[in-house]
Write a protein that binds this ligand. Structure first.
Ligand code: MN
Length: 231
């Protein structure tokens, strides 16, 4: 069978120092994985099993882009996150086996229409309108895991202009990267091309047209995003 019409191609994310890019298959996002952020969103911190939401690959926007202020919101928020790029198959694996399934890491923004997310949360409805929209998954170049090492004491921070808005360390993650991969692999056959946005530290807040966001993690390429005018 041939296709009736063309659809947008699979998004490609550059890999630091390499000519071939990383194709995005799926995007998993972890909710509330930093204690202080959970607190600022009104939740007690515990080691209850992690939970997830997803974004379609069409949400990917590469670092350096200017995006329009998205429709349907008046409270667009930034969430800077460590992104894990899966590089090998993983199904029902232990945390101790997870390292072999990691291709690399990137900085990402889980952009959020907070007003819509909170409205759906209040009614116990899905978060899709708040989380899964065009340009809502910004990502930097990917750095291979062997080059980066392991997530640990690296600082993770976000600046808008001269203001630091989020500032934490990867060691503050409630669920570590190997634990997340192990847990998620109980529910999905993870494959190369799967990204995991691992949750945001405290300090989330609104962005406005004209803002340029710079998210950094020590050892990784920064993710930069400029917010343009509303469409
Ligand atoms: Mn998030």
């Amino acid at each position: 069978m041939s296709a009736l019409f063309a659809v947008p191609p699979t998004p490609l994310v550059p890999v630091r120092g390499e000519s071939d890019a990383y194709p995005v298959h799926r995007i998993f996002c972890v909710g509330r994985n930093f204690a202080e952020h959970a607190a600022e969103m009104g939740f007690e911190v515990d080691r209850e099993a992690p939970f997830y939401f997803t974004k379609p690959p069409s949400c990917i926007v590469l670092s350096g882009a200017e995006i329009p202020y998205p429709p349907g919101t008046s409270n667009l928020h930034h969430e800077l996150e460590l992104v894990v790029a899966i590089g090998g198959p993983a199904f029902r694996i232990a945390a101790e086996e997870a390292e072999a399934a990691i291709f690399g890491y990137a900085c990402g923004f889980d952009m959020t229409r907070r007003d819509l997310q909170l409205a759906s949360r209040a009614k116990q409805r899905p978060w899709s309108l708040g989380k899964a929209f065009e340009n809502s998954a910004a990502i930097s170049e990917i750095t291979r895991a062997a080059e980066f090492g392991k997530p640990g004491e690296q600082r993770i921070w976000l600046e808008i202009g001269d203001h630091v808005r989020q500032d934490a360390h990867l060691s503050d993650l409630i669920w570590s990267v190997p634990e997340l991969i192990s847990h998620l692999s109980n529910f999905y056959h993870l494959v190369p091309g799967d990204l995991i946005y691992t949750g945001t530290p405290a300090g989330v807040g609104a962005v406005l047209p004209g803002d340029t966001l710079k998210g950094q993690i020590e050892g990784l390429e920064p993710v930069v995003l400029t917010i343009g005018a509303a469409e």
